[in-house]
Design a protein around this ligand. Structure first.
Ligand code: PLP
Length: 373
């Protein structure tokens, strides 16, 4: 079946007890034992598993073409569970423009526990030069945040496999509708479900999807269930609901982003537009090969400084000046000031999460904001 169908049906079946067409929300934290003391429905206590989480994990695994999925209370909790599953002393190679929240997590919480190098993993020689006997994981994030740089997943997987190194891909920006890292060889896919999967900026969540149920995955399950950074049944319920419209939402995001990128590229106040769908994107060819669409995120660099960028962000009416992404409403953000002093993001860059408003209204709004400078 195609992804639109799977998004609707993979996590839903008529509830046998009530004949409800939509799976009920089960808030109970505990489940009754059978007469013989067993658990024939396999639910015991909701930190370990819960019907709503179970169905969310199923649809996530199906959408990413994986063998299993684990849901978490945030994207950072999902990422942390990967790091916690590694033996102390393991060396991690991560991109130099890794999502700042996870980069800071490694540097702060895993200092002295894991070793890590933040490098340009797209440069094959640099990547090979950083591989050590203790390297256990290469972390990939593509397209990257907020520079929209692509990483060639197949190429990285090729190098990693030669050294029996695992590859995790943060697929948050692309969503499962825009990119399927497992089909390109990644071992695990990570999502902040706070973003496109949730899609309405009203819940926080994360997920890991594995290509294979192996020993490593068992360890990750252990971290999920013993660590307890799990999503509530209610959040799982809303996520399952949102995922049903994900394929159609992504189509709208992509269509609007392409048009907005083309518009911005023609504006004299704009120095550069970073969007994988543009011919001017240095990795446009790779984007065509590796991605199923070009996504709904773009960044643009304005002619001017931090002040200029801030003024534009404060003048938009429809685009809200706020962080995060993937919701139906458009957001614009001065990214450098969010990322802190060690950021590589230019001060005159604005990141845009292109929403599902009508493109004419979005263009009119951004146009009046940049015309004032
Ligand atoms: C938001 C985000 C995360 C972290 O997810 P949270 O749900 O905020 O914890 C990780 N990676 C990327 C690319 C993100 O955009």
């Amino acid at each position: 079946m195609k992804i639109e169908t799977l998004a609707i049906h993979a996590a839903n079946h008529t509830d046998e007890a009530s004949k409800a067409v939509i799976q009920p929300l089960v808030l109970s934290t505990t489940f009754e034992r059978d007469a013989d003391g067993g658990y024939s429905k396999s639910y015991i206590y909701s930190r370990s598993d819960n019907p709503n989480r179970h169905m969310l994990e199923r649809v996530l695994a199906v959408l990413e073409g994986g063998a299993d999925a684990a849901a978490f209370s945030s994207g950072n909790a999902a990422g942390m569970s990967v790091f916690q599953s590694l033996e102390p002393g393991t060396h991690i190679i991560a991109p130099d423009d890794m999502y700042h929240g996870l980069r800071n997590q490694l540097k702060t919480l895993f200092k002295g526990i894991l070793k890590f190098d933040f490098i340009d993993i797209n440069d094959e020689q640099v990547l090979r030069d950083h591989i050590k006997p203790s390297t256990g994981l290469i972390w990939v994030e593509t397209p990257s945040n907020p520079l929209l740089k692509l990483t060639d997943i197949k190429k990285v997987v090729g190098v990693a496999q030669q050294h029996k190194i695992k590859v995790v891909c943060d697929n948050t920006f692309a969503s499962p509708i825009g990119q399927q890292p497992i089909s390109l060889g990644a071992d695990i896919v990570m999502h902040s479900t706070t973003k496109y999967l949730g899609g309405h900026s009203d819940l926080t969540g994360g997920a890991l999807i594995t290509a294979a149920k192996n020993e490593w995955w068992e360890k990750i399950r252990q971290v999920q269930q013993m660590g307890g950074a799990i999503p509530s049944p209610t959040d799982c319920y809303w996520l399952v609901r949102s995922i049903k419209t994900l394929p159609y939402r992504i189509r709208g995001h992509v269509q609007n982003a392409m048009q907005l990128a083309e518009f911005l590229e023609q504006q004299p106040q704009v120095e550069r537009v970073l969007y994988p769908g543009l011919l001017s994107h240095p990795q446009h060819q790779l984007a065509k090969e590796q991605m199923l669409n070009f996504g709904g995120m773009l960044s643009f660099v304005v002619k001017g400084d931090k002040e200029t960028a801030m003024q534009i962000a404060s003048r938009t009416q429809l685009f809200t000046h706020a962080t995060s992404l993937g919701g139906v409403e458009s957001l614009i953000e001065h990214r450098a000031s969010n990322e802190g002093p060690d950021t590589k993001t230019p001060q005159n860059l604005l990141r845009v999460s292109v929403g599902l408003e009508h493109i004419d209204d979005l263009i009119a709004d951004i146009s009046q904001a940049i015309n004032m400078i």
